[in-house]
Design a protein around this ligand. Structure first.
Ligand code: KG4
Ligand code: ZN
Length: 338
């Protein structure tokens, strides 16, 4: 294996992150600035605000990552940067910054797909045998992948509408719980011991495709039925905490069942040597437990990244950059964002 020191940069949404990854030492540093506070009052990410904050923060975060790794730009062999998919304005900040650095310092550059980053994020801390089944669930994406080698990904299923994390965020918004919704819903659900109070509909799709918008509508209609939600004014008209707990636990139960059902179907269709669960939603301890139980039943090892590598981060981008560098897959400075 060739020796490389990679600087990873991630700015696809509302996080600006940088990480230094080295062949022998793996992740040496990892720095991130999250804009959650600035977007909270809008109940979701505002693209224009995200890119403006990226401009202000990116230089400092990259410098912090270099400092924490006790290196300078001259020690870096290659810059790996997220080029797709994401908010165009946000992607432009990261890629323009990376291109300017690479051009002026004569560094190699690698454009990385954010989803490939998530898909391999469980490999940062684990040696996962190929092929493995990877469930990716974040605020923008929900996909099942068959991963047969570094960079070799087959998409088995994606969502037909909302992403899983987006459903958490929308249900939390409906319940006036705040943003991001996933951790708040998880906390509330835990308080009532995960009982299935409302029987929300499970995924009706028979293949490996996901759908979460029907579930979101079912939650809404149930709230309306309880006289807790004003449909026309789109506002919650109750402060009943126990109702919120019941909705949260029923919703979480339902999402976990949907994941387990699809993963079961995928495992029945092919041979795998492991199961991984990645992306922001993989921070959820209950869903993790349910997928682990399934993997255990099948005698398969289960892998989930540390929470730090579940949500958007630059270590996963540097990790992909590192194996692409090993494969000699570099890009020219004129690559485009998508
Ligand atoms: O991977 P990520 O940081 O960003 C995207 O690439 O989208 O994922 C963020 C998503 C949000 O929708 C958030 O609500 C969800 O991950 N999330 C969770 C939990 N923590 C974060 N969902 C369920 N349970 C959690 N504990
Ligand atoms: Zn992501």
């Amino acid at each position: 294996m060739k020796h490389y020191t990679i600087l990873g940069i991630e700015t696809s949404c509302d996080e600006v992150a940088a990480s230094v990854y080295q062949t022998e030492k793996k992740v040496i540093s990892h720095k991130m600035y999250s804009q959650t506070e600035q977007h909270k009052k809008f109940g979701g990410v505002v693209p224009e605000i995200a890119s403006r904050i990226h401009i202000v923060k990116i230089n400092g975060i990259v410098q912090d990552a270099l400092d924490a790794a006790q290196c300078t730009l001259s020690d870096i062999d290659c810059i790996a940067v997220t080029s797709k998919p994401g908010l165009p304005g946000s992607l432009l900040i990261g890629t323009s910054f990376a291109k300017a650095l690479a051009g002026s310092m004569r560094k190699k550059i690698i454009a990385v797909d954010h989803l490939e980053g998530h898909a391999f994020s469980a490999c940062i801390e684990n040696d996962i045998p190929f092929p493995f089944l990877c469930m990716t669930a974040s605020g923008g994406h929900t996909s099942l992948y068959k991963i047969t080698d570094y960079g070799v990904i087959e998409t088995l299923g994606t969502t037909l509408d909302d992403a899983a994390g987006e459903a958490f965020d929308k249900v939390a918004k409906m319940l006036k719980l705040g943003y991001p919704g996933g951790p708040i819903i998880e906390k509330l659900a835990k308080e009532v011991d995960f009982k299935d109070f409302f029987n929300y509909p499970r995924n009706k799709t028979t293949n490996l495709m996901f759908s979460f918008s029907g579930l979101k509508t079912a939650v809404l209609y149930d709230l309306v039925k309880q006289n807790a939600y004003h449909l026309k004014e789109k506002t919650l008209i109750t402060d009943d905490y126990s109702l919120k707990q019941k909705v949260a636990s029923s919703f979480l139960h339902c999402v976990a069942d949907i994941f387990v059902d699809k993963i079961k179907k995928a495992l029945n269709q092919d041979d795998y040597k492991g199961v991984a669960f990645v992306g922001g939603v993989a921070c959820n301890a209950y869903i993790r437990l349910k997928i682990k139980e399934l993997a255990d039943q099948r005698g398969l090892p289960f892998f989930v990244p540390s929470p730090l590598y579940c949500t958007d981060n630059a270590a996963m981008i540097a990790f992909v950059g590192h194996y692409k560098a090993q494969q000699n897959k570099f890009d020219s400075l004129d690559f485009e964002i998508l």
